[in-house]
Design a protein around this ligand. Structure first.
Ligand SMILES: Cc1cc2nc3c(=O)[nH]c(=O)nc-3n(C[C@H](O)[C@H](O)[C@H](O)COP(=O)(O)O)c2cc1C
Length: 375
């Protein structure tokens, strides 16, 4: 890849992330696919993930529940039961067999849920008891109504932190190389960070420091459990999905970037300000540069990236790694296509969340195997 100096493709240069030697910078972004029936990862995920694996490439698994209160969509995987951990193993093994590095994204959706997805039909948990108004998903399908959440009591929060700790241990038990804590997109951690949502008056609400306390406690617990070099976090300070805006996103992003430095985690993954809504790009004067500069570890960016602006982000040292969502979903051999500057398959939004184990999942074509490598 990029064998002579003039032809170097920045995205395809190697990168050392702590103990992990990555052969290129094109990361598979976490992508919920809703094909894990009954919250158990299925054998068809073996093919899906291994199709997207390259030797030395980093993959982030779809958002995976840390407990029975963490689910907000049908058929998303979990990692809190023995059965789920066992079901992940062959999927992780397949990625490792091809030389990939595989992190598991762990989440609790908080109030982005409803009674039907909660144990015993209970209310979803959150930082608040303010409910969400019904929303339309990026693929245009109306999402089921959200049920009003229950505000977690101060003394319950250590139990939720503990769910993340145990899930991270389970992820390592399943063979994953690490975990990405999902602190983005209006789910539970974000419901604490963002002042549009968090209306608490205890030590987890009010000031920026207080609002970031719970997410940082999760980071600390997970770091203590599995080691900092196996921990990443995803944040979207500028996004306002699920009514989770903040009045000062730049201060929030900077505070988190600086606070994370003390844990020495493997990476910080931030979603571009232009991704205000899932799957739509907006012009914005904001940039992640201040956070990139503040964070001392590996900095990963995502959101609306093409081959061209991904290369620019790496060349300009704006980021170390670029995560690709929709293009990687539709192009299992995305790094190869970037290498060759080959045309990309279009993605089909209609099949993003189908429960079909093949359609829109493992049937996106590879480049013809006869295509010769240019360098
Ligand atoms: C089908 C689909 C599922 C997604 N699921 C997740 C998820 O589980 N966790 C997450 O953090 N982001 C999720 N996202 C957001 C992507 O990781 C990514 O940030 C977003 O698609 C923007 O990047 P892109 O322009 O390269 O697609 C999802 C996006 C799509 C399109």
């Amino acid at each position: 890849m990029g064998s002579n100096a003039e032809n170097v493709i920045p995205l395809l240069t190697p990168y050392k992330m702590g103990n992990f030697l990555l052969s290129h910078r094109v990361v598979l972004a976490p992508l919920t696919r809703q094909r894990s029936y009954g919250n158990v990862p299925q054998p068809h995920a073996i093919l899906y993930y291994s199709q997207r694996t390259t030797k030395g490439g980093l993959l982030i698994a779809e958002a995976t529940g840390v407990s029975d209160t963490s689910q907000g969509y049908p058929d998303t995987p979990g990692i809190w039961t023995k059965e789920q951990v066992e079901a992940w193993k062959p999927i992780v093994d397949a990625v490792h067999a091809k030389g990939g590095i595989f992190f598991c994204q762990i989440w609790n959706v908080g109030r982005v849920s409803n009674y039907g997805l909660q144990p015993n039909g209970q209310a979803p948990i959150s930082s608040t008891d303010k409910g969400l108004t019904p929303q339309i998903r990026a693929n245009g399908v109306p999402v089921a109504d959200f049920s009003p959440p229950r505000r977690l009591k101060t003394e319950e929060i250590p139990d939720i932190v503990n769910d993340f700790r145990i899930a991270s241990r389970n992820a390592i038990e399943a063979g994953f190389d690490g975990v990405e804590i999902h602190g983005a997109h209006g789910y539970l951690l974000d419901q604490f960070m963002k002042d549009q949502v968090n209306d608490r008056t205890d030590k987890y609400g009010g000031t920026l420091e207080n609002r970031c306390r719970f997410p940082l406690e999760v980071v600390e617990a997970v770091v203590n459990e599995i080691g900092a070099d196996r921990v990443g976090i995803r944040l979207s300070p500028f996004a306002a999905y699920m009514e989770s805006g903040d009045s000062n996103p730049e201060a929030l992003g900077l505070y988190m970037a600086e606070s994370l430095n003390k844990y020495g985690i493997a990476y910080c993954h931030m979603v571009e300000p232009r991704m205000k809504l899932v799957g739509e790009k907006f012009e914005t004067p904001h940039s992640l540069l201040p956070m990139r500069k503040a964070f001392k570890g590996t900095f990963m960016v995502a959101g609306g990236y093409t081959r061209e602006d991904g290369n620019k982000a790496i060349a300009d040292n704006y980021a170390d790694l670029v995560a690709y969502g929709r293009w990687f979903l539709a192009n299992p051999d995305l790094p190869k296509r970037f290498e060759l500057d080959a045309p990309l398959n279009k993605y089909d939004r209609e099949t993003f969340y189908l429960s079909d184990p093949i359609r829109g999942y493992v049937d996106y074509p590879f480049l013809e195997s006869s295509t010769s490598v240019s360098t």
